[in-house]
Design a protein around this ligand. Structure first.
Ligand code: FAD
Length: 301
């Protein structure tokens, strides 16, 4: 079935997180027609699940939560004359400069001059690690745990082991402790904790999270629900059991470029009309740099 081009726009922005919102605002200020498509039913992206402070130091000279930071841009977007399509997934982007969208009204096609992919990043999952064992309940990526707790209001478990000591793992460790959960261990393969110095101080040190270095998890134990993990000391090779009812993995993020995979040359070059922004371009620790770079890109379009 062929779906006719029903909407024409100057700029199609895919993803309504910090990057997509800033690109859209900047391009709109330059007089461009902008269509912003967001898969979720609200704008804000990952910011919506960040209930902790630490956002906006550079852009607003304030210490905001992720949600507060997002709200400032959402308010501006609503009054900027941007065509915002929430609850809408972009399914494909073609060389003919059209994209196929699936929204509440069904499928439709959008024709554009320039396209900005601001689709954020994916979390590395257990499948990308060499961990044996069954696949019981109680194993989550940090982003999923954060979403379940902060947007769904669900509990994820009581005795938690965290694999990986980067910013996201550390922020979640603090949140688990604040929620009264038992963080049994944070396990890290390097000889030091990852992440920003600020998070090491405010999360690991302030909440006395037990950090086990030069160690990994190589087996998940339990049927039905996880009952523990086998930790392996990477220097001595010694394996030992740590009992827990939840494993949270925070082992890295990968820019989500799924939509442009088929448009890139074998060397990875993209068509001139296709741009990457935010965590889709490279993983950013601080949202202020996402916003500033995205504003600069929107100005150039
Ligand atoms: C746990 C955590 C804690 C953080 N803490 C801090 C902090 O304290 N301070 C700080 O400054 N920064 C922090 N950051 C970093 C900052 O929040 C991010 O770098 C930034 O918000 C990323 O914005 P983005 O727009 O690139 O991606 P995202 O926010 O991930 O937005 C991408 C959007 O694209 C949408 N999308 C994807 N594919 C499609 C599609 N096909 N069609 C339509 N929509 C699509 C998604 O639904 C999503 O809304 C933190 C990040 C995380 C994950």
């Amino acid at each position: 079935m062929s779906i006719p081009a029903t909407i024409k726009t100057d700029i199609l922005v895919i993803g309504g997180g910090a990057a997509g919102m800033a690109v859209s605002l900047a391009a709109r200020r330059k007089g461009k027609r902008v269509l912003l498509a967001e898969h979720d039913i609200v704008l804000g992206g990952i910011l919506n699940q960040c209930v902790h402070q630490g956002f906006g130091h550079a852009v607003f000279q304030e210490d905001l939560t992720g949600r507060e930071y997002a709200a400032r841009f959402i308010h501006e977007i609503e009054n900027a004359g941007i065509m915002v399509c929430t609850g809408t997934a972009v399914l494909s982007v073609g060389v003919d400069r059209t994209a196929l969208l699936s929204g509440p009204e069904g499928l439709y096609r959008v024709g554009f001059e320039q396209c900005v992919l601001a689709a954020g990043c994916l979390e590395r999952t257990l499948e990308s690690l060499n961990i044996s064992g069954t696949r019981p309940a109680g194993v989550f990526t940090a982003g999923t745990a954060q979403q379940l707790m902060n947007r769904g209001g669900y509990g994820i478990g009581k005795q938690i082991v965290i694999l990986g000591s980067g910013d996201i793992g550390q922020i979640m460790a603090r949140q688990f402790r604040q929620a009264g959960l038992d963080v049994i261990a944070m396990i890290e393969q390097m000889d030091h904790a990852g992440g920003l110095a600020r998070n090491r101080k405010e999360c690991l040190e302030a909440f006395q999270i037990p950090l086990i270095l030069k160690t990994t998890v190589d087996e998940i134990l339990g049927c039905g629900r996880i009952t523990g993990v086998m930790a392996r000391d990477l220097e001595s090779g010694r394996r030992y059991r740590i009992s827990c009812d939840t494993l949270v993995t925070a082992v890295g993020l990968i820019p989500d470029r799924t939509l442009c995979r088929e448009l890139a040359t074998p060397e990875g070059a993209l068509p001139k009309w296709l741009h990457l922004s935010g965590n889709c371009e490279s993983v950013h620790d601080i949202v202020d740099s996402v916003t500033r770079e995205a504003f600069a890109l929107g100005d150039r379009l």
